[in-house]
Every structure is written in C-alpha cells, then in structure tokens.
Design a protein around this ligand. Structure first.
Ligand code: AMP
Length: 398
C-alpha cells in the first residue's frame, strides 16, 4: 500500500493548493476529442474545492518544447472543466505560465475557487526540471498535490522539482488509486497470474519482462516483439519486425522462464501480408515459416485460441501492448480477441494504459475491466518495479 500522504491527510481550508494534473488530452481545432483524463481528475479537484482550498491547477499538453504554441494552450481544458464542475474555472492565460496574469488570478481567488495555469511546457525549464520554474510554481501556493499519474515517471519542474520549495505535499485520489491498483495487482495477485505483453519492441519492454518473470505464472507475448523471440529460436520470420541486438536476450528470457517455472507462451501462427495495408491480401501462416516477402502483423486464430485457453484459468491478468498492428483493421483481430476474452473473465483485469487501454475503450469493454490505467509510460515503468519520480518526492505519511 502507498505510504505517501494523500489529500485525505491535508487541511486545505483557506490554503492555496497547487494541483498537478495530467490534462494532456487530444485537441482538434480547439475541441477536446477525449476528456477521459479530465474526468479522471475531478474527484481530487472536487475534494479540494469542497474542503475550502484555493485550487491552482497546472498541467502540460503535447510537446511545445519550451515555446508558446497557441494550439497547445490549455484554454479548452478550462472551458471543459467549468462545464464538468458547474463552476467557472478561471484560465490564467500567461505566456510565462507563472507571470503577471497568473499571479493576479491567484491573488483574486476565494476559498473553493479554481484557476488553471497555462501549459507548463511553454517554459523551457519544465522538462529540464529547472529551478526557476519550480520556484515560480511554488511561489503561488502553500501545498503541492500531484495527481498526474500519466506524467509521474518524469522528473519535471511541475511533477518533482516544485516540491523542493513547498513544505507540504500529497498525492491526489487518481494517483493513489493507480498506484494501489497496479501495486496490489503485481505484489498480491490472486493466482494464476498472467501478463499479456505486446507492442512493437522487445527493447522497450525488457525491464518489464524481467520484473514480471519474477511475479507471474504465465507470460503471453504477442505483437511485433514476438518475432524477435521466434527468430531467436530458429524460426523463419520473413520481413517481420525484429531487433537483431536482442536475439540473445530473448533466448535468455526463454531459459529464465523455464527455470522459474513460468509458462511463456508465444504465438504459433500469425496474420501475414506484404505491407501494412487493408488493400493487400492477408492470410494466416505458421509463425516459424513466414515467406521472405511477408511479415507477421497480428497473432493468428490458433494463437488466439492458445492465449484464450491460458487466460481462462487466470484470476489476475495484466495487459500492456497490442497483439498486432491494430490501427489497420486487417490486423486488429488478435487485439480485439484478447480484449473480449479479458472482458469475460471472472478475474482481476488491469489494462496498462496506452494502446491497449485505447483498444479496450474503443471496443466498449471499459466497464468490464477492473482497472484501466490513465498512464501508458508511467504504468510501464511501474511494472518495471521502479519508483516513479513524481511519487518519490511526495511527503511520507506521518
Ligand atoms: P508500443 O508503443 O511498443 O506498445 O507499440 C505499439 C505499436 O506496436 C502499435 O502502433 C502497433 O501497430 C505496433 N505493432 C504491434 N504488432 C506489430 C507487428 N506485428 N509488427 C509491427 N508493428 C506492430
């Protein structure tokens, strides 16, 4: 369980609370197209408002790289938040993030009011965890609360540096929930416990595989990363995605799984095509015999069956990464089948953010899962067994 202070441990009445959220939402032509991250922050915002805090919200959006980019302004977020909270959220438009306008907006606040600062990444110091921005942000507030799980794996000024200049800090409800869910699932799973890993690269998931091999009973590997394992074991993979530098690592993992008694399942067949397109023919093939001019772009029907049979027995499942190039419908069946399978399980099912979370939500299985993480990168680092920098800096419970 999390041993950090939470907002339930704070007395915020009449205090200025700097609340770091993850409002990195998709915006097209000034309109927010998915407000999941905004709604996920509401319980914390409401709690602080209802307790009489003066809530100063901050977040990054996109990658403006230290420059002011109008299209990445948080103005649309203030508008959406006002609707959701039923109260005006004052947007402190300010190219300096913490400049004259922001200071004036904060000075005018009453208890229970909410102000949203401009995109923290408009300042070059943000991503460098620079002291100037950390000091500026801290100067606005009495207390710091971090509820930005999606950015907690980054040590930036607004997620970590700022705590050096404010005595009191805590995590918000979203952060608490994410960490307790992910932590509990990995540390105290009902067994059998399986992890399903997919996505493009072995290299980006090495530490996750290493860490999970110590914890799970079954490890299922699909997606582009599976072909490095197949090739390492002598399979012919055509022009499928492969990381030649990781062939030895893949073989070591196969051996390590055997030694640990972990059942490591790889696809036995796949959907092959000459290119990633719905306009070229595709067919199922043995994963070990892919023609030279074809590549494996999804797990095949036999693999789906194999994975489903293994998952049926499980009481806990963690899933991170798609089984194929699910963005192209010809290669989406494997990912869809895994989502459907997890939705039916009588088990704890945790979806680790990013593509798998998007797939589950798009298919309408969102409410069938135990927990869908709001942070892809952060949940991955958590599954690697790392302490997240944005959590490490928060005060311990007394
Ligand atoms: P990651 O960001 O590493 O989780 O990878 C996600 C990406 O992996 C998605 O955009 C998928 O299209 C891609 N992907 C999944 N399976 C394959 C595959 N067999 N070949 C190439 N790319 C894949």
């Amino acid at each position: 369980m999390l041993n950090k202070k939470t907002i339930d441990d704070l007395n915020v009445k009449g205090k200025k609370v700097l609340l770091r959220c993850d409002f990195n939402v998709p915006v097209i032509d000034g309109k927010i197209t998915d407000d999941t991250r905004i709604t996920a922050a509401l319980p914390t915002i409401r709690k602080l408002m209802n307790d009489g805090g003066r809530v100063i919200l901050c977040s990054h959006m996109g990658k403006p790289k230290g420059q002011v980019k109008e299209e990445l302004s948080l103005a649309p977020v203030a508008e959406r938040l006002s609707e959701l909270l039923g109260k005006q959220v004052v947007f402190a438009k300010d190219n300096e993030v913490v400049g004259e306008n922001a200071r004036a907006a904060v000075a005018a606040m009453n208890d229970g009011d909410v102000v949203l600062l401009e995109n923290t990444r408009f300042r070059p110091e943000e991503e460098k965890n620079g002291e100037d921005l950390s000091r500026d942000l801290a100067s606005l507030a009495d207390i710091y609360v971090n509820d930005a799980f999606g950015t907690a794996h980054r040590a930036h000024a607004s997620t970590a540096g700022v705590t050096a200049f404010l005595k009191e800090s805590a995590v918000g409800y979203l952060m608490e929930k994410e960490i307790n869910f992910l932590g509990n699932t990995v540390e105290n799973p009902a067994r059998p416990f399986a992890a399903v890993l997919g996505g493009s690269k072995v290299s980006s998931k090495i530490s996750v595989i290493d860490n999970l091999l110590e914890k799970v009973d079954i490890l299922l590997i699909g997606g582009g990363m599976a072909y490095t394992f197949v090739k390492a074991q002598g399979g012919k993979i055509g022009k499928s995605l492969v990381e030649e530098d990781y062939l030895d690592y893949a073989l070591n993992m196969v051996t390590k799984a055997k030694e640990k008694g972990v059942k490591l399942l790889l696809p036995v067949d796949c959907i092959i095509a000459s290119e990633i397109s719905n306009d070229v023919p595709c067919e199922a093939a043995d994963v070990n015999c892919i023609p030279d001019d074809k590549m494996g772009l999804d797990i095949g029907p036999k693999s789906i069956q194999l994975f489903e049979d293994a998952l049926k027995e499980c009481k806990t499942v963690i899933w991170n990464g798609p089984m194929g190039v699910f963005e192209t419908s010809n290669f989406a069946k494997g990912t869809e089948a895994i989502a459907a399978c997890l939705a039916q399980l009588d088990a704890t099912t945790v979806i680790g953010g990013g593509d798998s979370a998007a797939a589950v939500n798009q298919l309408g299985y969102g409410d069938k899962m135990t927990h869908i993480s709001t942070g892809g990168g952060a949940s991955l680092e958590f599954l690697e067994g790392k302490e997240l920098p944005g959590v490490a800096v928060i005060n311990e419970k007394e």
